[in-house]
Design a binder for this molecule. Sequence first.
Ligand code: ATP
Ligand code: MG
Length: 295
Amino acid sequence: MSKAAKLSRPYRVESGKKFRLKDYDPADTGGLKLEKDHAAELLEKGVELLASLQDRLYAQDKRALLLIFQAMDAAGKDGTIKHVLSGVNPQGCQVYSFKAPSAEELDHDFLWRTTKCLPERGRLGIFNRSYYEEVLVVKVHPQILAGQKLPPEVLSKHVWQERYEDIASFERYLSRNGIVVVKFFLNVSKKEQKKRFLDRLVEPEKNWKFALGDVAERKHWDSYMAAYEDAIRATATPWAPWYVVPADSKWFTRLAVASAVIDALEKMDLAYPEVDEAKRAELAKAKVELEAEKG
Ligand code: ATP
Ligand code: MG
């Protein structure tokens, strides 16, 4: 395992059994105390490594990597996606954001809209929010579930357990198709979120990011944390691990996420496609032809 991949290991959750959110400190920086510039330099190196791995993923065209980002508002999802993926070839990368479902989406099963957006072989797919909202915001606000047009017989007290099972089975299915799933919970503290909301109110160039509804959601903070803990406990597996990434320091969040993506890619057997004898002869012939061209 490379040094870059190691940084994220303490935040990786592969089994839900002993998982407790309170064991993960949002302010953790992995023992590093970095100046802004140094952190940016390190991230740049990580991004370069990530880009070269992604190039091989694309060339090999067999596997795909799906990165799922979940977090409370202002935890830094957008900035992390932007910075960590800044160096990758846009042709090999697809980003989708999932907001409250449309009328058309509500006419389907809950995995429908995200399934349509899964990455093709050779690609890196990013979900900014995902089907996990179905056991997060929907669990915190039961009236959303009531509006999902579900028949009464599926709305038993087992509905959350059943959704966890369906999600876990779906991720197992993806892994058995060569799609590696890695899930991130950007773990911001309630205090840091307040600070970031206040910044959005005070700094004119950040005003656009402020939504009144976000402050209302803070009132449900504990329910959200309980829902995250339950979801992670039920769906953390070796083939679709969660990373509970400290998110009070943006520079560290970005480094840790880059590290986890590098780890996932390094674990895949990403070699450039083999060139066989016949192909080699073809290439040699093309070279001779090109060199013989006049002008
Ligand atoms: P940002 O605030 O940075 O723009 P965001 O991801 O919070 O990004 P918003 O448009 O603010 O985007 O919020 C999207 C909202 O949609 C979130 O509150 C989320 O919980 C909600 N949402 C996503 N999926 C579902 C779903 N399946 N059912 C109900 N609400 C959902
Ligand atoms: Mg929002």
